[in-house]
Design a binder for this molecule. Structure first.
Ligand SMILES: Nc1nc2c(c(=O)[nH]1)N[C@H]1C(S)=C(S)[C@@H](COP(=O)(O)OP(=O)(O)OC[C@H]3O[C@@H](n4cnc5c(=O)[nH]c(N)nc54)[C@H](O)[C@@H]3O)O[C@H]1N2
Ligand SMILES: Nc1nc2c(c(=O)[nH]1)N[C@H]1C(S)=C(S)[C@@H](COP(=O)(O)OP(=O)(O)OC[C@H]3O[C@@H](n4cnc5c(=O)[nH]c(N)nc54)[C@H](O)[C@@H]3O)O[C@H]1N2
Ligand code: SF4
Ligand SMILES: [Mo]
Length: 846
């Protein structure tokens, strides 16, 4: 043994011996024994076993792509542990039950971390009123009376001074996917409240998929174009077009059914600028594509299919309008059909695979190979996800995808796919009062044009802001906006071009944020109202577009701090403003303090009058509450438009057919007078985006940034959860050869910028992202330094608020430049608590 080692062993032994001696003596002489016992009782209370805890079935929440079961294990009023479905919590369930027909609804890493969200440091527990400058983040605690009086008083003032458009509704889907405490703009609680108050400008375009809403409505006459997840297990080819279901779920068990498809011999393809975990899980053929050029690649595929006569002509003749001259309507005979455009008969440019390759960067050979695979493999699912439509002219991609799905006859068939939106089984989605008061508004504008509208008022053309004319008696006069309400939304952090928002918000006279967390939006508010989470109120969870089940959400614990439900807050405000009984017809005046019985009566009524009456459910409300989960057993997999194709039910379009040539678009005389504002061609076409790698601007900003959704957050929710931060970090993904040229390694701090802003974040260098493209996930909490540089790495400082004509947010249409930087990256508001992953990443050696 070396001297050094011997010394170490001796000293360790000696230390241990002398330590034991000292403690024994100490204990005997100083009475440490009792002190020690107390300390043990405090710090080392044995972790309670499940049989010592109360078990409550509930669900996870928020706008995440799914809806899974969470099982709370609580002691007294504290949730000690969360687990998830294990097969027991449904009728005829038992531990371990997990079948193809009724798979478990097991939560993901975010849901299972939910306990640390409920009890997080950033939890908003009391009403707060701003005392510093707007955005400075200085607030004082206030009583509910003080806060609500202030809000009600200002509302009256604003309405009197500026009229019925002066308050902007920026509620969004953050809280929804329950039947009762809804936050969306169509059926939500804030919309109902502001509408009844008589002062509301609505935000009409949705960030997620406005291009697809437009496409599915024009093409199929419905956004219910989706299959239920199990239908995927019957596909022979699945093309994941801008779709990464391993991260961004679109259904709770999609991945499981896709794995079944794989086991049954299905082939997988991924069209995406990055090689995703979904691609690696299914060993997919990865086709990297230049961002925003998808419509061109699809046109190239359509050309190859027509050129070889591989289209399903019988299907086209029977079900489609405007695919070719033979399917043109009477009124459009001789006009341009889709085939005319693709083959170049109408404009002299054939959209050949070679033509497409120039634009999208995919070789003509690969385009041909994929076109052949898709046309000749039956059934094949081209799942056109939303991200490639979250772009300039994104609606053209969405409509082009529908054209490919139609020409190959893959619509309405098991194993095929018409998605699109992907809304599957129809749920009974609302327990709110059924009356005409849910969605009243004076005017509506494109959601991400609010700042533009505020900053340029009144010198605005209606088309700049997508003014919705149907509800607009003012004939194009833009709304004067002086107040903003956020409910279930962190939109200040999540909409495009945050620097423009920072300017516009200074013009507001009232900004109210209702949330359960102190958020970046909250920092720009005047009043913060604390909202009880879904663990602290009664509701029933809905699946997110796919899934055929309901999950009961009882009040698991009492509301924390002084928090109240959104229903309680708006009801109380409505009483103060004089329309309480109309707003919440089942409530009495003391609903703010006693809401349990009223909420129960709404929910019971919904179950009995809708679920039991319309959906042939025999289980009583009380039994459902006892079990926790109700699953429907469908007699066959649900396939979008099966009725239309199998049984000849007309599509809900003007012609009753799939409209590749859209009747409403072809017959619109003046687009400036529509909500869209700008011309939209009646058949899908490739239109050059205002920023992309083939654009002049790429000389100054040579990289295309895409901004997908993170696995470790639901948008901005869970950004502050230390457990999740240990696994992932907000970073910029850079292709290895680009990084090498610039001398950048994983872990280096990077600044990325364009004309709209600058962000700082660490690099992740990999070959899984194509050259010329960088990836930054949306949703991190903004954190500005004194020069207006965002240290968190929020890509919405770089996005443009110029929306697509159909209203699609151009979140993935961003050119940037970047370099190594000495600026500070701050991974979380509390750096130590919220980020450790970079410690591991830095040494990965790339
Ligand atoms: N974990 C998690 N899941 C979520 C959410 C979340 O925040 N977190 N949010 C939910 C919500 S609200 C929504 S709207 C959906 C969003 O669902 P999607 O729109 O499907 O998801 P994204 O993550 O934005 O992007 C999916 C893929 O598209 C690729 N992509 C980006 N731009 C382009 C392009 O121009 N062309 C092509 N071909 N591919 C491109 C990205 O690299 C990414 O791999 O996800 C839902 N699911
Ligand atoms: N760059 C870029 N930006 C994007 C996107 C992108 O792809 N790229 N995607 C966009 C998309 S698709 C979406 S959907 C948006 C999402 O944008 P947001 O909807 O603003 O995002 P969330 O983080 O889900 O914010 C929801 C907020 O609601 C709060 N909340 C949750 N439950 C309740 C409740 O019961 N009551 C109240 N009052 N509040 C509650 C949460 O605490 C959270 O702060 O982000 C968009 N932003
Ligand atoms: S965050 Fe979404 S996917 Fe994850 S457990 Fe919750 S509901 Fe499921
Ligand atoms: Mo979304």
């Amino acid at each position: 043994m070396s001297d050094k080692l011997k010394w170490l062993t001796d000293s360790l032994n000696m230390n241990r011996r002398s330590f034991l001696k000292t403690t024994a003596v100490g204990a005997a002489t100083t009475g440490l024994v009792t002190a020690k016992k107390d300390a043990e009782a405090f710090a080392y209370e044995p972790y309670p076993r499940d049989d010592e805890l109360e078990t409550v079935v509930t669900s996870c929440a928020h706008n995440c792509g799914s809806r899974h079961a969470l099982i709370a294990h609580k002691k007294g009023d504290v949730i000690v542990r969360l687990s998830t479905d294990d097969g027991r919590f449904q009728k005829d369930g038992h531990y371990g039950k997990d079948t193809e027909e009724e798979p478990q609804l097991r939560g993901c890493l975010r849901g299972r971390s939910y306990r640390s969200r409920i009890y997080s440091q950033e939890r908003l527990l009391y009403p707060m009123i701003r005392v510093g400058e707007r955005g400075e983040g200085k607030f004082k605690r206030a009583s509910w009376d003080e806060a609500l009086d202030l809000v009600a008083g200002k509302m009256l003032d604003i309405k009197m001074k500026y009229g019925p458009t002066a308050i902007l509704d920026q509620s969004y889907a953050g809280a929804s996917w329950g039947v009762f405490h809804k936050s969306d703009q169509i059926a939500g609680l804030l919309g109902r409240f502001l509408g009844l108050f008589g002062c509301r400008t609505n935000s009409w375009s949705v960030p997620s998929y406005q291009g697809t809403v437009f496409s599915s409505t024009q093409t199929f006459g419905s956004i219910e174009d989706g299959n239920e997840d199990d239908a995927y297990s019957y596909s022979k080819l699945i093309i994941m077009w801008g779709w990464n279901p391993a991260y961004t779920f679109h259904g709770g068990n999609t991945f499981y059914y896709m794995r079944l498809a794989k086991q049954r011999g299905c082939k997988f393809v991924l069209i995406d600028p990055q090689y995703t975990d979904s691609a690696s899980a299914y060993d997919a053929w990865w086709i990297p594509i230049r961002p925003n050029t998808d419509a061109a690649m699809m046109a190239g595929m359509a050309h190859h299919i027509f050129a070889n006569n591989w289209q399903d002509q019988l299907f086209i003749n029977k079900f489609v309008q405007g695919m070719d001259q033979g399917t043109m309507p009477e009124w459009g005979k001789g006009g341009e059909s889709f085939k005319d455009y693709i083959m170049g008969f109408s404009d002299g440019i054939a959209k050949t695979p070679e033509w497409a390759a120039e634009i999208c960067g995919v070789s003509a050979e690969d385009i041909r190979k994929l076109a052949k695979m898709y046309a000749l493999t039956k059934p094949a699912a081209l799942k056109a996800s939303w991200a490639p439509g979250r772009n300039a002219y994104g609606e053209q991609y969405n409509r082009m995808a529908a054209a490919l799905q139609s020409m190959t006859g893959n619509i309405g068939k098991l194993g095929g796919c018409a998605e699109g939106i992907g809304k599957g089984w129809h749920a009974e989605g609302s327990a709110l009062p059924e009356d005409p008061y849910s969605n009243i508004y004076a005017q509506a504008i494109k959601s991400d044009r609010w700042a533009h509208c505020v900053l340029n008022f009144p010198n605005l053309k209606r088309e700049e802001i997508g003014l919705w004319p149907r509800q607009d008696p003012t004939d194009g006069m833009p709304p004067l906006i002086k107040g903003i309400f956020w409910q279930g939304s962190n939109w200040f952090n999540q909409l495009t071009n945050i620097n423009k928002e920072i300017k516009a918000i200074q013009n507001m006279e009232l900004v109210v944020c209702s949330d359960s967390t102190i958020t970046p939006s909250g920092l720009y508010a005047d009043v913060l109202l604390p909202v009880a989470t879904h663990f602290e109120r009664h509701d029933v969870a809905l699946p997110w577009y796919k899934g055929h089940y309901y999950i009961h959400r009882p009040k698991v614990i009492e509301p924390m701090g002084e928090s109240k439900t959104d229903w309680q807050i708006y009801t109380e405000l409505a009483y103060r403003l004089g329309f309480g009984p109309v707003y919440n017809p089942r409530a009495s005046r003391d609903y703010f303090h006693h809401n349990d019985d009223t909420d129960e009566s709404y929910l019971r009524y919904w179950w009995e009058s809708k679920v039991m009456a319309h959906q042939h459910v025999e289980m009583s409300w009380d039994e459902f509450k006892h079990l926790g989960i109700y699953k429907f057993k469908l007699d066959k997999p649900h396939v979008g438009f099966e009725e239309e194709i199998k049984n000849g039910k007309p599509f809900k379009t003007p012609s009753g057919k799939i409209e590749i040539l859209s009747t409403p678009l072809a017959t619109t005389p003046d687009f400036a007078k529509t909500q869209f504002g700008y011309y939209i061609p009646p058949i899908p076409k490739w239109i050059e985006p205002w920023e992309w790698l083939g654009h002049q601007k790429a000389v100054k900003f040579p990289f295309h940034m895409i901004t997908p959704h993170p696995r470790w957050r639901t948008h901005s929710i869970f950004n502050n959860i230390p457990w999740l931060r240990e696994m992932y970090e907000q970073e910029i993904t850079i292709n290895a050869s680009d990084a090498k040229k610039m001398g950048i390694k994983t872990g280096d701090t990077i600044e990325a910028w364009n004309d709209r802003g600058k962000i700082v974040l660490p690099a992740y260098v990999t070959e899984r992202c194509m050259p010329g493209v960088v990836v930054v996930h949306e949703g991190v909490w903004l954190d500005l330094d004194e020069n207006g540089v965002d240290r968190s790495g929020n890509p919405d400082f770089l996005t443009d608020d110029n929306p697509s004509p159909a209203g699609a947010f151009a979140y993935n249409t961003i050119l940037v430049d970047f370099k190594k930087s000495d600026l500070e990256h701050r991974p979380g508001w509390d750096k130590l608590a919220t980020s450790r992953s970079h410690v591991f990443r830095r040494d990965s050696g790339m």
